[in-house]
Design a protein around this ligand. Structure first.
Ligand SMILES: Nc1ncnc2c1ncn2[C@@H]1O[C@H](COP(=O)(O)OP(=O)(O)O)[C@@H](O)[C@H]1O
Ligand SMILES: [Mg+2]
Length: 287
């Protein structure tokens, strides 16, 4: 058996032919993808492609309307994000759920505070929490001078890294990152990409959502391109050069934008030709 057709068990997380309907809206149609331990699968696609819907299924927020979800080779069905988290599927959302005025160590342990003592003597073990925070950040290659520093004083990239370190410390096997680099400048995005590689090297399966092929390519092992709820492309790194990935992303965005403009113009002018042209571009952008 070759490396590319390895057995299912070697896939940490996999969905097969997953569809999701919201009433009459088809958000996802027949989507299959997977991630292996120690690999990065990049999920690319423009706005409305279905990226968030897919990660909400993976993280237990939504149930798929149809299709199969496998974790470590076994079929699973999650009733809540907590179910997914307990299996080791951690999702870091763009807004991060951190409290800016609270210290780094408090944020690190938010919702799972380590305690010392028993009954009325039970206390938050701050010393332990500070030590772990410092150690875990160090493992990600960040030297925090002062764990008491408010999280709000960290840069955007560093804050993402706290969220990643936290997920890793609490036992994530799969780390899902929803557009972690979207709001960041080039340098800060580079910082986050470094932590993605760090997590990969520690054996975690990373699902990295982005619409930027330049961020995806340097860290990705596998690229899944979504368009209008369908898998438009699925490549390993050696199957696709960066230029082609860029072209596929740009092509989709351009055609979509053009089709929307033509649609609006045809409505405004009542022109049948424009409506037909819009439909034509729409078809092209989906095939
Ligand atoms: N809760 C919902 N109810 C109805 N439609 C939804 C819902 N969530 C997403 N959609 C629709 O599904 C499609 C995919 O959206 P989404 O997954 O957010 O895309 P992306 O994250 O790639 O921008 C869009 O057409 C969106 O309007
Ligand atoms: Mg989204």
């Amino acid at each position: 058996m070759s490396a590319t057709t390895a057995s299912t068990t070697d896939k940490l997380l996999e969905v097969r032919n997953v569809s999701k309907y919201f009433g009459s809206v088809v958000a996802l149609s027949d989507v299959s993808m997977f991630v292996r331990a120690g690999e990065v699968t990049c999920l690319l696609g423009d706005n409305g492609a279905g990226k968030s819907t897919l990660i909400k299924i993976l993280s237990g927020v939504h149930k798929p309307s149809s299709g199969t979800y496998l974790f470590e080779g076994k079929e699973v069905s999650f009733d809540s994000p907590r179910d997914a988290l307990e299996m080791g599927i951690a999702t870091v959302y763009q807004d991060l759920a951190m409290i800016p005025l609270m210290s780094i160590w408090r944020n690190f342990f938010l919702g799972s505070e380590p305690t010392k003592g028993w009954g009325p003597w039970r206390r938050f073990d701050a010393k332990f929490a500070k030590r772990v925070t410092r150690e875990e950040m160090k493992k990600m290659g960040i030297d925090i001078r002062d764990p008491d520093q408010p999280v709000g004083t960290l840069s955007g990239g560093e804050r993402q890294s706290v969220a990643i370190a936290r997920a890793v410390y609490f036992g994530a096997k799969v780390l899902i990152l929803d557009e972690p680099t979207a709001a960041l400048g080039v340098k800060q995005a580079g910082v986050v990409l470094k932590y993605i590689l760090q997590a990969k090297q520690r054996g975690i399966g990373v699902i990295f959502i982005t619409h930027n092929p330049h961020h995806a390519y340097p860290v990705g092992d596998h690229f899944v391109i979504l368009r209008r709820g369908k898998v438009f492309g699925d490549y390993t790194k050696d199957e696709i050069p960066l230029e082609q990935l860029v072209q596929m992303m740009a092509g989709g965005a351009d055609l979509e934008a053009l089709s929307h403009e033509l649609e609006a113009a045809s409505r405004a002018t009542g022109s049948k030709e424009m409506a037909e042209a819009a439909a034509e571009f729409q078809r092209e952008s989906t095939t």
